[in-house]
Design a binder for this molecule. Structure first.
Ligand code: TPP
Ligand code: MG
Length: 533
C-alpha cells in the first residue's frame, strides 16, 4: 500500500482484525481511528480523491457491512478506495460454527462486496496471496473504483515461502482503433462552427486536467463542466463557461451547449443530476463521448482506446477550427460583495461572502441538500478543489470527508458546507478532527430540517422537521475548537473571518437561515424533479 502512495488508513478495529491493526500501527502508515465505519469509508473516499488511493480497515460484518454505503458511493463516483476487512480464521470455520458477527455463511460479506467493488479477494492461499493483493490494488488504480481484500485472522502472520516479484498486468490497447477514432473526431471538430468541451470528473481522477486545458487552449474551445466534475477546470480560466446541468443550470450555458454542433464530452458521466434530471438535450449525432469505459463518436463505438491516449493523439493533430468569441452573457461579472450588516442570513448571501474568502489553498466539501446546490455556484480558483458526492448523493459525507482531505493535505484550508439534517447523521465525526488537531471550518446551514424535500414534495409535511440542536455547543462537548451561532450578515462575516484566521482547531458556524430559503439552483432543480416524485 505504501508503494501506491498511501500514508493513512481509516477505520475501527475489532477482534477479527486486531493482529493486522497491530502490524499497521507498527508500520509507517498512520491509522486514523474514526467513530463509525461509514464515516471511515467517507474519509477514505475523500482521501482517495485528493491523494489518488485511499483505504479503510474494518472488522468482519459489523464493521464491513457498515461501510457498504460509503463504498457504494465510491464505486458510483469513481473513487479508488481499498477495503481491508478481517474475517474468522480458516481453522475456526471447520464444521460451520456460529461465530459472532457471522450473518449467513462465512462468505456473505465477501459476496456483498463483489457487487460493490471492481476487484475482491480473500487471502486464503499463501502461495498466491501477494499476487492477489497486486491484482486488487492494480485494478482499483486502473479503474478508479473500490476494491476489497479480506484477511482471515489466522492468516495475518503467515509468511509465504515463495519470493514475490511484482508483475504489472498488461492491457491490450488498440492503436488502430485510436487512430480511426481521432480521425473521425478531428473531422467533426474541423467542420464545427461552435464546438464545446464538457469536462467531467474522470479528468480529475485520471489527472488529465493539463491535457484537457492544452486541447481547449490550442483550439480556443470553450469548456463547461458537470456538477460532479466541478473544479476540474479552474473556473476563472478565460475559456470556462460554467456548469452544464441541463435545465438545472443557468439558461445561457444550457443554450450554448445544446446549440453546439460538436460537443466533446471528456470523462463525463451522463447522470441525471449531472444533466439536470434528464432535461439535457444532447443529440448523440453531434457528440464525441469519451470516458475510461467507452468511446462513442456520433453512433460509432470504438473499443480499447484509453481516454488519455485519445486526448494525446487529438492534441498532436493540427486542426483548423474556427475560433469564436465567447458570448459575454455566459460569464456575467459578479458584483462586488457589500455587507448588509443587519440583514438576516440567507444561503445566497452566505455563498457571496464565501466567494470573497476561498483561495487557491481551499478545499470546499459540500454535503447533499442546498449545501451542494448553492455552493455549485461558487467560482473556484486555480487549485481550489470542490468535493461532493454529487451523483450518489449520500447525506453525511462532508464532515468525515474533511478528516480524509485534511489527512491527505494538512496544509489546505478545508471548508465544509453541510445542512442540519446531514450534519445530524455524521457531524460527531468532528471528534476525530479535535483528537488529531485538524482544523476544518464547518458551516451548518440550519433551516430546521430537510429543506430540499420541502421543495420537492409540496405540502406541509412533519417528516421534514428534525430535532433542533445547539450545533455551536459541540466544541464544548468534544473538548476542542470554537463554535459560532450567527443570524445576520455581520455576525456571519465576523465568524468566518475569525474562523479563517484560526488554524489551531476546528470551527463550527451554526448559520440560522429561514425555513423556506433556497438557492436559485435548488429552485430550478426541484421545479424539475418534483414532477417525478
Ligand atoms: C443518506 C441519505 N438519506 C436520505 C437522503 C434523502 N435526502 C436528500 S436531501 C435530504 C434533506 C437534506 O437535509 P439537510 O441536510 O438539512 O439539507 P437541506 O435540504 O435542508 O439543505 C434528504 C433526507 C439522502 N440523500 N441521503
Ligand atoms: Mg436542512
Amino acid at each position: 500500500m505504501q508503494d501506491y502512495g498511501l500514508k493513512h488508513v481509516f477505520g475501527i478495529p475489532g477482534d477479527y482484525i486486531l493482529t493486522f491493526y497491530g502490524q499497521l500501527e507498527k508500520s509507517p502508515i498512520d491509522v486514523v481511528g474514526c467513530t463509525r465505519e461509514d464515516c471511515a469509508g467517507f474519509a477514505a473516499d475523500a482521501y482517495a480523491r485528493v491523494n489518488g488511493l485511499g483505504a479503510v480497515c474494518v472488522t468482519y460484518c459489523v464493521g464491513g457491512l457498515s461501510v457498504c454505503n460509503s463504498i457504494a458511493g465510491a464505486y458510483a463516483e469513481k473513487s479508488p478506495v481499498v477495503v481491508i476487512s478481517g474475517a474468522p480464521g480458516l481453522a475456526e470455520r471447520v464444521n460451520n460454527p456460529l461465530l459472532h458477527h457471522k450473518v449467513r455463511d462465512f462468505r456473505t460479506q465477501l459476496e456483498v462486496f463483489e457487487k460493490l467493488c471492481v476487484a475482491t479477494t480473500e487471502l486464503i492461499d499463501p502461495a498466491i496471496a501477494f499476487r492477489e493483493i497486486d491484482r486488487v490494488l492494480d485494478t482499483v488504480v486502473r479503474y478508479k473504483r473500490p476494491g476489497y481484500i479480506e484477511i482471515p485472522r489466522d492468516q495475518v502472520e503467515i509468511v509465504p515461502q515463495i519470493v514475490h516479484t511484482y508483475h504489472q498486468a498488461g492491457h491490450e490497447d488498440d492503436a488502430q482503433a485510436a487512430e480511426e477514432a481521432v480521425e473521425e473526431a478531428a473531422q467533426l471538430l474541423s467542420k464545427a462552427k461552435q464546438p464545446v468541451i464538457i469536462a467531467g470528473v474522470e479528468i480529475h481522477r485520471f489527472g488529465l486536467q493539463d491535457k484537457v486545458l492544452a486541447l481547449a487552449e490550442k483550439y480556443k474551445i470553450p469548456i463547461a463542466t458537470t456538477i460532479l466534475g466541478k473544479s476540474v477546470i479552474p473556473e476563472r480560466h478565460p475559456l470556462f463557461i460554467g456548469l452544464y446541468e441541463g435545465a438545472m443550470g443557468r439558461a445561457e450555458v444550457t443554450q450554448y451547449v445544446e446549440e453546439s454542433d460538436c460537443v466533446l464530452l471528456l470523462g463525463t458521466f451522463m447522470t441525471d443530476l449531472n444533466l439536470g434530471i434528464f432535461t439535457a438535450k444532447l443529440d448523440p449525432a453531434r457528440c464525441i463521448y469519451v470516458t475510461s469505459e467507452q468511446l462513442r463518436i456520433r453512433h460509432h463505438h470504438y473499443h480499447q482506446v484509453p481516454l488519455e491516449a485519445f486526448l494525446e493523439k487529438l492534441l498532436a493533430r493540427e486542426l483548423s477550427i474556427v475560433e469564436r468569441p465567447i458570448p459575454a452573457d455566459l460569464r456575467p461579472p459578479r458584483p462586488k460583495f457589500e455587507l448588509k450588516p443587519d440583514a438576516p442570513l440567507v444561503v445566497r448571501r452566505i455563498m457571496d461572502r464565501l466567494q470573497e474568502q476561498i483561495d487557491d489553498n481551499t478545499i470546499v466539501i459540500a454535503d447533499i441538500g442546498d449545501a451542494l446546490f448553492s455552493s455549485s455556484e461558487l467560482v473556484t480558483r486555480n487549485r481550489t478543489e470542490f468535493i461532493s458526492p454529487a451523483y450518489y448523493t449520500s447525506m453525511g459525507f462532508s464532515v468525515p470527508a474533511a478528516i480524509g482531505a485534511l489527512s491527505a493535505r494538512p496544509e489546505a484550508r478545508v471548508l465544509v458546507i453541510v445542512g442540519d439534517g446531514a450534519f445530524q447523521m455524521t457531524g460527531l465525526e468532528l471528534s476525530t478532527a479535535v483528537r488529531r488537531g485538524l482544523a476544518p471550518i464547518v458551516i451548518v446551514l440550519d433551516n430546521g430540517g430537510y429543506g430540499t424535500e420541502r421543495f420537492l414534495h409540496s405540502g406541509e409535511w412533519k417528516y421534514n422537521d428534525i430535532h433542533h440542536w445547539k450545533y455551536h455547543k459541540l466544541p464544548e462537548l468534544l473538548g476542542g475548537g470554537t463554535g459560532y451561532e450567527v443570524r445576520t450578515e455581520a455576525e456571519f462575516d465576523r465568524a468566518i473571518t475569525a474562523a479563517w484566521n484560526d488554524r489551531k482547531g476546528m470551527s463550527l458556524i451554526q448559520a440560522h437561515i429561514p425555513l423556506k430559503d433556497a438557492s436559485d439552483a435548488l429552485k430550478r432543480l426541484t421545479a424539475r424533479l418534483s414532477e417525478r416524485v
